[in-house]
Write a protein that binds this ligand. Structure first.
Ligand code: NAD
Length: 295
């Protein structure tokens, strides 16, 4: 067992100021694109039924777009829409030259298969990196569109000047949208990465050896201070509502006594995720409409 020497209060890695910096740069890129092409970059958010839990998050994305001059709109389908209707709507958006990026509200209703939806998105417009082509590019270390949350989990380390190369990292969670892409990104940054998940037998043993811990499990209080190596850097991706409060997957109060640096929830990875999604959209617009081409 590692002896844990409390380091006192950890450095807080706040996403808000980094996100604000990113948004300033995005707004400039949006203005340049609009001047060249006669329209701002456009985002379509496919939303199936207004009462889904992610609707609030999607409204936030729309507001974030409006702030930087991106034209964003909901492409709404009713809650009972068939898989074929959803796929057809996505194909229409793929063919719309004023739509540069498409994201789809998750989770999908049970009657609609995820695979059919992700396959339908044009990889060039897949700004949240869910299409198999973009997932494959990430796996191979090439430049595609990254899932914004995984991107944010690693970008917050980079922008906070935390050394990643050569470090032992543990990612908790192996989902296709967060855990696995975060693990691949950390490998790309030259970390030595262990992926833990719901069937990992001794989570604490893995976590206690890690210099960097990225937690994306959706389980409040999963990681506590007593599990951490002194000085570890903790990135809490989890978003949970407990007693009406937003909390992460890390027991913040105990973890901050041991960690060297930690992202708060809210205010850590979340704001950065939204800002990075905007950068992906602008990049999609620029790639599809290089300077000199028609709108
Ligand atoms: P998911 O449910 O698809 O995957 C959860 C993963 O955690 C699984 O791989 C599972 O094996 C693992 N896991 C569950 N219980 C575990 C345990 N006890 N020990 C070890 N591993 C365990 O969830 P997801 O979509 O990957 O999201 C993960 C978390 O990130 C959720 O809290 C979600 O709300 C949050 N999230 C945050 C953002 C953001 O912007 N910050 C964006 C998307 C998701």
């Amino acid at each position: 067992m590692t002896t844990i020497v409390p380091t006192g209060a950890a450095r807080l890695l706040q996403g808000g100021p980094i996100a604000a910096e990113i948004r300033v740069a995005v707004a400039e890129d949006v203005a340049t694109f609009a001047a060249r092409h006669g329209r701002p970059p456009g985002l379509a958010v496919v939303i199936i039924g207004r009462d889904a839990p992610s609707a609030v998050y999607l409204e936030q994305i729309l507001r974030g777009c409006a702030k930087v001059g991106i034209e964003a709109r909901f492409a709404e389908l009713e809650g009972e829409a068939t898989e074929a209707a959803v796929v057809e709507r996505i194909q229409q958006l793929n063919g719309d030259p004023t739509v540069d990026g498409v994201i789809v509200q998750m989770p999908l209703p049970h009657s609609i298969r995820l695979r059919s939806v992700i396959d339908a998105i044009d990889p060039a417009k897949d700004i949240d990196g869910i299409h198999p082509l973009n997932a494959g590019l990430l796996r191979l270390g090439y430049d595609g569109f990254l899932p914004a949350t995984a991107h944010a989990a690693v970008e917050i380390l980079r922008r906070s000047e935390i050394e990643i190369a050569g470090k032992d990292a543990v990612v908790i969670g192996r989902s296709a949208v967060v855990g696995m892409p975060a693990a691949f990104l950390l490998v790309k940054e030259d970390a030595t990465v262990t992926v833990c998940h719901s069937r990992t037998t001794d989570l604490a043993a893995h976590v206690s050896k890690a210099d960097i811990v990225v937690v994306a499990a959706g389980r409040p209080g999963l990681v506590t201070g007593s599990m951490l190596k002194a000085g570890a850097v903790v990135v809490d991706v989890g978003i949970n509502v407990v007693d009406g409060h937003l909390v992460g997957d890390v027991d913040f109060e105990t973890a901050r006594e041991v960690a060297g640096a930690i992202t708060p929830v809210p205010g850590g990875v979340g704001p950065l995720t939204n800002a990075l999604l905007l950068t992906h959209l602008v990049r999609a617009a620029q790639r599809q409409h290089p300077t000199g081409s028609n709108p």
